[in-house]
Design a protein around this ligand. Sequence first.
Ligand SMILES: Cc1cc2nc3c(=O)[nH]c(=O)nc-3n(C[C@H](O)[C@H](O)[C@H](O)COP(=O)(O)OP(=O)(O)OC[C@H]3O[C@@H](n4cnc5c(N)ncnc54)[C@H](O)[C@@H]3O)c2cc1C
Length: 493
Amino acid sequence: MPGVRPPQEAPTSRSDAELIAGLRRIVGNEHCLTRPEDLFAYGCDALTLDAQRPAAIVLPESTEQVASAVALCAYLQRPFVPRGAGTGLSGGAHPTPGAVVISLTRMRRILSIDADDRIAIVQPGVVNADLSAAVAHHGLFYAPDPSSQQVCTIGGNVAENSGGPHTLKYGTTTDHVIALEIVLPSGDVVRVGSDTGFAAGYDLTGVAVGSEGTLGIVTEVTVRLSPIPEAVETLLAIFDDVPSACRLVGRIIESGMVPASLEVIDRRTIEAVEASVYRAGLPQDAGAVLIIELDGAACELQAQLERVRAFAYEEGVRGLEVARDDAERARFWRARKGAFGALGRLAPDLYVHDAVVPRTKLPEILEKICEIGDRHRLRLSNVFHAGDGNLHPNISFDRRDPDELARVIEAGREILELCVAAGGVLTGEHGVGNEKRDYMGLVFDDVDLDAMRRLRDVWNPDGLCNPDKIMPTTRPCMESNPKARGYDAVPID
Ligand SMILES: Cc1cc2nc3c(=O)[nH]c(=O)nc-3n(C[C@H](O)[C@H](O)[C@H](O)COP(=O)(O)OP(=O)(O)OC[C@H]3O[C@@H](n4cnc5c(N)ncnc54)[C@H](O)[C@@H]3O)c2cc1C
């Protein structure tokens, strides 16, 4: 136990005092934070629409410490919220008032690498990009690559079932996780899945991945590693407008090719990138650029490259650059992976939206999304995983302006309704969190939602583990308002 220090702030109530004393016994004084500035820093994730004040933050270093902290919370009937790097964009790690935030960032060891069986076992606080770096000398990498991969954690990726630019070919996190150790909300520790990737009985690994920290705390993750492809070709296609870029995406996919990535960046995002440290030399008068990445056996790539080139010219590409080396490839990707950071400079707040539509509907939906932004007088830009139809309309705003904040929320609602009406879904990769829980009724009826609620209640019967996430607190009246596909909020009793 680390050296004893006096409490950093007087606890607010007797039950807080008991809680904090107990947590300090478990993780040590210095790993239980209660100063106002600490509570402030953990009050939200990268969704800054609102923030709450937790009671304490604990930073355990082992499964045993996580289990003890959870058991204490269960005993005191105190809500708790697992947290990785806090880069989530749907409020998944937002604490409810008085909750304990359990941060997994000290559990960041890669426990084992088996290059022959191509698996690794990691603690949840391992940073995504660090895992690929650690296995690169074996000719392997960890495929899910959220654009936040330099900081986000594998535990957060598991909870959100994160994707990334290479989801098109490699799938999302669920396709790469084969076993988990989980501290259940009771404090019990269970193992699900197996290191072979096969397991008898219910697929509880599948249940846990994407459960947004509402079923327990992941303390160990067994992942599949993938071989680094023999060859990679990265192209930057420059277009006058977004629909032309989307048409090329359609041509490539319909031809039967499976590129590693097809990412569109629109004009406003290009301007933001070029004005930032992520500057990549993109043409600022372009309407859109499309990053196309092909990977696989070297002998196949040249033919694919030529086909893409031919399709691009047929679709009216204005310019086509092929990365000559890794440095140039990194330059293209710097623009894409730095896009949110660059947009973050435009205003105090950035609302990164996330929805999926059928890929063929991208041009029409994007036009309507821009109309919504204009109608609400908002600065809206688009950067998206075009091959998956996974949109990210981004709104730059200032939450201190209540009128602007209201327009941001209204525009967000309209965008979701538009995407769902087009046959899409509420989220491709950022999760539901507390951001979209009250939109769940747009895509699920009461019976669907009840099935989900009952599943959650088996694992998390007291609702203490990450409360107020995923499940709606209001019920949309779809029948009474079919035109608008719902949205009369009715409180649930
Ligand atoms: C600039 C930027 C770019 C991004 N790009 C992408 C992208 O390309 N693709 C994508 O999918 N996402 C992206 N995101 C969103 C975010 O990075 C991912 O959701 C990521 O997986 C969150 O990881 P984290 O460690 O920050 O988790 P947090 O934000 O801390 O937590 C996310 C959720 O996971 C839960 N959680 C965290 N750790 C655990 C655990 N050990 N056990 C159980 N539950 C846990 C939390 O309760 C919360 O619900 C981006 C975010 C930013 C800011």
